[in-house]
Design a binder for this molecule. Structure first.
Ligand code: FE2
Length: 424
């Protein structure tokens, strides 16, 4: 006897009429037209069943703090960092935990069941670190929260930066972070990449650095990160986040850089909502879009994911934990409007992001966790176009969120009673 049988589902790879059988929190079979006794049977009616959304780059210690203690007037990255500096002394663990838990509720409702969050380690109190470790414990039953030790003020630039970061790792933070472009000089930035990669190698940890989050075509810490990854044998464990300077780099240089990144097994996370908002701020016109070179990285064989980065915080006043909104912005900014391009953007918020986080048991196949989302859309392209409603969200075979089907009623003589936005 199965616990759950989802019938007549479409899958992101294009298969239709598929059944997914679940027992003991695991997927036991995925096959067309399967029929077997089950405690619960769900007819998906051709809607898309996807593995859960995954956000490979987020800042949960700052989320939902918009307006505290004031709003970011210029809307720039640097005012955001200054504003976060004003907010930090006012933070309390209880308020931070409450905001983070509220965001995790939003995430689950949106079918977002895994988040890699950076956590600021700059303050010697490590208040955000201890608070997010507590959140990690509490949300564990329904959401995978991975934490990155992030020295927001610069591991070399801030006094005690390295010590505080190491203490955060001692407390159980999962990943080594960094911010080389915020160190005082390019040389210091490169030195920070080297020492943080060595620290990760010593401790057997993954690396995820904010890398070159600027419009400076000469900011090339991604090159150092790829080189250090190879030198220390960290292939497959390292991610470069943002990498916006690649948008502005010389094309010849990029033709040399792409194979270096691919060869080192470094993945890249772009953050379309934030990159399009924060980059190009020193430009008049034309204004650069600032997002890294996503199609070119993918073509070079690099694993690329999209992150949400910020939701209602000192850097960004928008967002709701909707990774389809992130994918939607990503495909526009990267001009990935072909059908394969749009599907690649869906992968960037699902399977590719899961690869960045090294999630175990992720996917729609026998043996994987029975964690998936039923969307009010027929395929991945329609899901992004409509930022589709999440009808049902399961985590390891347990239903954790539901949203009723959205149907708009028309009140016009001679027209149908309801409007269907699908293109069937
Ligand atoms: Fe970030």
């Amino acid at each position: 006897m199965l616990d759950l049988l989802v019938k007549n589902a479409s899958l992101p790879d294009g298969r239709t009429g598929m059944s997914v059988a679940v027992r003991g929190g695991l997927i036991v079979e995925v096959a067309p037209g399967l029929d077997a006794p089950a405690r619960e049977v769900i007819d998906a009616r051709g809607f898309l069943l996807s593995p859960p959304f995954v956000d490979a780059h987020f800042h949960m210690d700052a989320c939902l703090s918009y307006g505290l203690p004031r709003v970011n007037e210029s809307g720039t990255l640097l005012e955001g960092i200054a504003l976060w500096g004003e907010l930090k002394p006012l933070l309390t663990a209880d308020a931070l935990i409450e905001r983070a838990l509220a965001y995790c509720d939003w995430a689950v409702a949106r079918g977002l069941l895994a988040i890699r969050s950076h956590v600021d380690t700059s303050d010697p109190s490590l208040l955000p670190v201890e608070a997010l470790l507590e959140v990690q414990r509490r949300v564990g039953p329904y959401l995978d929260l991975q934490l990155v030790a992030f020295p927001q003020d610069g591991v070399l630039r801030a006094q005690g930066g390295l010590e505080n970061l190491k203490r955060a790792l001692d407390l159980g933070v999962d990943v080594v972070g960094g911010i080389p472009h915020f160190e005082r000089t390019m040389l210091d930035g490169a030195a920070s990449v080297r020492l943080l990669c060595e620290l990760a190698a010593e401790r057997g940890l993954p690396v995820d650095m904010h890398c070159d989050e600027s419009d400076d075509p000469l900011s090339r810490h991604i090159e150092t990160l790829a080189f250090e990854t190879q030198r220390l044998g960290l292939q497959g464990r390292v991610n470069g986040s943002h990498c916006t300077s690649m948008h502005s780099m010389d094309n010849y240089y990029v033709s040399k850089l792409l194979p270096l990144i691919a060869g080192s097994g470094v993945s890249v996370v772009a953050n379309p909502l934030i990159n399009i908002t924060l980059q190009g701020r020193h430009d008049t016109y034309p204004k650069r879009r600032g997002m890294t070179r996503v199609p070119e990285l993918l073509a070079a064989g690099v694993n690329v994911a999209f992150g949400h980065d910020c939701v209602m915080d000192p850097w960004y006043g928008m967002g709701s934990g909707d990774m389809l909104e992130v994918a939607h912005m990503g495909l526009h900014v990267a001009q990935m409007t072909s059908q394969p391009g749009i599907r690649a953007c869906f992968d960037a918020v699902t399977v590719n992001a899961a690869k960045v986080m090294h999630l175990q048991g992720y996917g729609l196949a026998a043996g994987c966790d029975a964690s998936f989302v039923l969307l009010q859309a027929r395929d991945a392209v329609e899901a992004i176009r409509l930022r589709a409603n999440r009808l049902k969200v399961w985590r390891k075979g347990v239903l954790v969120a539901e949203t009723p089907e959205v149907v708009a009623r028309l009140r016009m003589e001679g027209r149908p009673e309801s409007v269907d936005f699908s293109n069937q």
